[in-house]
Design a protein around this ligand. Structure first.
Ligand code: EPS
Length: 379
């Protein structure tokens, strides 16, 4: 399955086309809209989210609530476009409005400077409009379709926010506890830690600063053997790491015990293998995070990702004006202070996309019934 997205942050709309979905996948539009609303929420979000009310419109590929096997086209309109038409329309922009919206005080940590140099632009807006994390709205809409594909097979995805700007939750949670993270406001599962994290975000807001954090994503019910050690491009751990790193602001990804495996010897890292006539092969520990040799091993997939602080700071960092080459403070109009809860929702969707693709690559199938039968026949 292949997905392409397009859309600028203050352009008319975000769109996606997914090719290769089997026919007869039931599509629940309200579930997609629920995820879009969650992505917009969370403590620390800024003024833009008061303008947007993201809802998906399915333009093609679905009839009467089921995929047809044809490309599925999705659209999420940007309400803010109404306020930006004069400078963001595809045709006939107003010179004065474009000048007013022009950004040359490039922001450290954003794509502004490198993108301007690479694409020969004199206005950072021609770079940042696409680099913006607004694009994740359409990735969530598409990701929810992949989640519905996986749910048909009994594969579930959950997650929670583990850390915000150094304030960490060190608890361990069973998969069925993760759903609570969607109801807390910041996506954390320990209410004391969450309260301290919210205080930290409020402090940072007062000082014009921003925060990132760590999110953990888990996948339950995926059978063994997805991905492959045969070629590096087929390794599921590599695909997951690459997909998660493609989300705006992600600077690190860990699988299972991640970086901490380097601190311990082999006997404290590898998961010993047991056999039971009912359960088949299994492990009592899951330090590998459900992935060995680039393949799912039947245990839960465990992934963590680190999000850097948002690079638009209200108290702008030192930079250089691209036009004058003079030192200045970086541009800022409005910004989120922390979007870690949004990251949790987005990361689940990106994982859904990657895992669904690994399943479809191995099993094939023109209809969901074929995919399901093939999945159920696997050990
Ligand atoms: C973003 C800047 C802000 C964020 C935006 C990402 O938008 P604006 O410039 O309109 O205030 O709110 O994220 C979203 C719009 C969103 O829906 O997540 C950026 O520069 O990356």
């Amino acid at each position: 399955m292949r997905i392409t997205t397009a859309g600028e942050s203050h352009g008319k709309a975000l769109v996606a086309i997914i090719e290769g979905l089997p026919a007869h996948l039931k599509i629940d539009v309200e579930q997609i809209n629920g995820a879009l609303a969650l992505r917009q929420s969370g403590f620390g979000r800024g003024g833009r989210q008061k303008i947007e009310r993201d809802r998906v419109e399915i333009l093609a590929g679905v009839r009467n609530g089921e995929t047809l096997g044809s490309p599925v086209a999705l659209c999420v309109y940007n309400k803010d476009f109404e306020n930006w038409q004069n400078s963001m329309s595809a045709t006939a922009c107003d010179e004065k409005s474009m000048l007013e919206k022009r950004i040359t005080r490039v922001r450290p940590g954003h794509a502004d400077l490198t993108g301007m140099l690479k694409f020969a632009q004199t206005d950072a807006r021609n770079v940042l409009e696409r680099a913006s994390a607004r694009e994740t709205a359409i990735r969530v809409a598409a990701g929810e379709i992949y989640r519905q594909y996986l749910l048909t097979l009994g594969v579930e995805i959950g997650g929670y926010v583990q850390e915000v700007c150094g304030i960490k939750d060190t608890g361990r949670y069973a998969f069925n506890e993760l759903a609570n993270a969607k109801t807390t406001g910041l996506g954390m599962l320990d209410s004391d830690v969450e309260r301290r994290a919210e205080e930290k975000i409020a402090d940072l807001k007062r000082s014009g600063d921003t925060a990132g954090g760590v999110v953990e994503i888990r996948v339950k019910g995926l059978k063994s053997g997805f991905g492959s050690m045969m070629t590096y491009s087929e390794k599921l751990d590599a695909q997951l790491a690459g997909a998660l790193m493609s989300i705006q602001a992600v600077k690190g990804v860990e699988i299972g015990d991640g970086f901490s495996v380097a601190e311990r010897s082999g006997k404290d890292v590898h998961d010993e293998i047991l056999y039971d006539s009912q359960k088949g092969f299994y492990r009592e520990t899951n330090r590998a995070g459900g992935l060995e040799g680039g393949m799912s091993n039947g245990e839960e997939l465990v992934l963590r990702l680190a999000m850097k602080p948002i690079p638009t700071l209200m108290q702008g960092l030192k930079t250089v004006d691209f036009a004058t080459k003079e030192p200045c403070t970086a541009a800022s109009e409005r910004s989120d202070v922390c979007a870690i809860f949004a990251m949790e929702i987005i990361a689940e969707c990106v994982v859904a996309e990657t895992v669904a693709n690994a399943v479809q690559r191995r099993l094939g199938g023109d209809t969901m019934q074929e995919v399901l039968e093939r999945y159920q026949r696997l050990p």
